[in-house]
Design a protein around this ligand. Structure first.
Ligand SMILES: [Zn+2]
Ligand SMILES: [Zn+2]
Ligand SMILES: [Zn+2]
Length: 207
């Protein structure tokens, strides 16, 4: 009785250690056999993409779980700073709709701010050619905008009023609203009437 228990105890401790070791190493018990030589297979490297993982060249063993595989994380999309590259991935051409909307909003605001500045540059209206040129430039710039951009121009009335005043000063009457030089009342009401008729004439002119 005494002899048997003395032999069994060290053996069971050794077996227990082996199991624990094999669990930690992630290896099967057979792989721990002293005579195991890995049969290595080479695997080519795969670069990660914007959305997929990659890996460096690695080796695996055909007979055990040995592997040197190391995952390389996906790189994520990368964007530029100008034009459509602000929302189109430089690597895979993926279009980010949220960034696109943001970029278009910024473009609309910049275009509107540019035209607002051109209209402000008209200044006091007189009957000079130079003033007429400034008004024409502002009209062309404004009409080139999209409807969304026009809505962001804060001084469109100033432009309409300048067109009106210039025509009255230069030609004696406004060809849109018909107001004569003598009866020029100026101000906001004139601009509103003028704008209304200006738009009506433009609308029918296009039909
Ligand atoms: Zn192996
Ligand atoms: Zn990408
Ligand atoms: Zn007018």
């Amino acid at each position: 009785m005494m002899k048997r228990s003395k032999i069994q105890k060290p053996v069971s401790i050794l077996l227990g250690l082996l199991i624990v070791l094999s669990m930690f190493a992630g290896l099967s018990l057979s792989a721990l056999a002293a005579d195991h030589v890995h049969h290595l297979v080479d695997h080519a490297a795969q670069s990660p993409t914007c959305t997929d993982i990659g890996w460096a060249a690695y080796q695996t063993c055909t007979d055990c779980d040995y592997s040197t595989f190391v995952e390389l994380p996906a790189t994520g999309h990368s964007y530029g700073t100008k034009g459509e590259l602000r929302y189109t991935c430089l690597n895979c051409r993926f279009v980010n709709s949220a960034l696109k909307a943001q970029a278009q909003k910024a473009d609309d605001e910049a275009a509107a701010a540019n035209v607002t500045a051109i209209i402000n540059a008209i200044g006091t209206v007189d009957d000079s050619d130079a003033c007429g040129k400034r008004i024409d430039e502002a009209s062309v710039a404004y009409n080139r905008l999209t409807d969304a951009q026009k809505a962001l121009v804060t001084n469109a009335d100033t432009l309409r009023q300048a067109e009106h005043q210039y025509m009255v000063l230069r030609e004696g009457a406004c060809k849109y609203c018909g107001e004569k030089h003598d009866s020029s009342i100026g101000g906001g009401i004139t601009a509103i009437i003028h704008t209304l008729l200006y738009h009506l004439l433009h609308f029918f002119g296009k039909m």
